[in-house]
Structures are given as C-alpha cells and as structure tokens.
Design a protein around this ligand. Sequence first.
Ligand SMILES: [Zn+2]
Ligand SMILES: [Zn+2]
Length: 272
Amino acid sequence: MVDRLVNSEANARRISMVESCFGSSGQPLAVPGRVLVGEGVLTKMCRKKPKPRQFFLFNDILVYGNIVINKKKYNKQHVIPLEEIKLNPLEDEGQLRNGWLICTASKSFAVYAATSTEKQEWMAHINKCIEDLLKKSGKKALEVHAAVWVPDSEANVCMHCKKNQFTVLNRRHHCRKCGAVVCGPCSSKRFLLPNQSSKPLRVCLNCYDSLSRAKAQQNSLSDNSKGDMVKDRNAYNRDSSGEEDSDDEEESNNKSQLASPDQPKFYGSVPA
Ligand SMILES: [Zn+2]
Ligand SMILES: [Zn+2]
C-alpha cells in the first residue's frame, strides 16, 4: 500500500509541504524511499498538561512539533526513528480518552486521539510501519523503554516520602528511571542511565538503591573489567542534557492553536 506511494509526485509534494511548514527550524525530510503515511493533530501529555501537537507518520520516522499556525507553521520538531518505538494502548480515564503510549528507550509519553476510530487508525498505521521496518532490517522490537513521566498535576506531595508538599519554591522533580514526581531531597542522587543520556541523571532514592544493587551484582559477576562496556556502546546518544522536556516550556499564544483539529489523513489504506 505504502510502496505504491514511494515515487509518486503526490508523496513528494506532501513531504516538501511538511518541510516548509517547519521551515528552518526542522531538518530535511525528503529522503529516497521515504513515504508520508499520515498526518494529524494528537493531544500529547506534557509535564504540566495535555497539549495539541502536529504529528507526521512516515514509513521510517515519526515527526511531531508544536502548532504555531494550524496547517501552516510548526516548530520544535522532534524526529523519532520508528524502529525505536513501541506502542501500548491506554485505558480511558476520565477526560483522557482514546490514548496510547509512544515508548522509546530515551523517552516515553502518552498521546490521545479525538475518537476511538482515530486511535485505532493511528495505532494500526504506526504498528504496520514498525512491523515492515523490522522485517526489512531483521532487528528486534524495542524491549526496554524509558519511564512515562507522571504529570505534575497528579502529585501534590512527593511520591517517595509522601510528606514534602510542592509549592512554588519547593519544586517538583522527576525520577528518570520510574517517572515519579519527587521532592529535592528524595531525588538528590544521580545514576547513569545509558539509554537516556551519557551523563548521570536524577533518580529517586528507591530507584537509586535498586539500580546500585543491580550494578553491584553485575560487577561481581562480570569480573569488574567489563563494567564500562554498556556506557561505551551508548556513547552515540544525542540528548546529553537530561533536563526537562524541551517542547514543554514556553508556549506561543497563537489562537489558531485552539481551532478544533481536523480528522487525521492517511494516504495508504488502513492496514488489516
Ligand atoms: Zn520526598
Ligand atoms: Zn524512581
């Protein structure tokens, strides 16, 4: 289905359209063999609250960005290779309906579609693309993925000590291992999580203990000499800052962002 689109003029036109909407803030997307499979607005659960984001599904990558002007201008482009993605459906919970998790080794987050049909369409298309890619490359599906961050609003007190109340001064922190919202003293330690960063990251005291124990065990097993192997293998990792979610902060005030999103468009037929 998607193959039919590879060398089509319509596909080339669509991809250059996406590029021009991101302008100089995005990377070049026209690559031989790449097909734009679908596009649409999904609500992404960010640190503070759910926010609309424009998503583009290609046959090899998932791209999303902030909406500056609906259908015209996007920024804060993120590109995730599909081979690194695993989807997990979410149960409906109050206002948060038709959602699923997009999990990768370095970052995981929840998105929500407008209807259950759209959710099914998105998930089916993404999963089909992942399946085709893995079949071609012979690689294995992702097994270990980063924790999904608990939204700030879900924790008024530290999830570790259950005492420390959050205020303007007493800031919330996120454990990079389990995603819990914790206070400063309960997340004073750092641990190396090679899939997420080349620098040690903030973890809660629980995770610090279990990670330390696991590492001690591993070291005694592996004769100490190979302790740094994992670190070296992941040295390519691009995000070394490890700090807060970059697309989360600062929001444009543009009203068009609130315009009701259209239905997603998919250019191949829905996979069976
Ligand atoms: Zn605490
Ligand atoms: Zn933790």
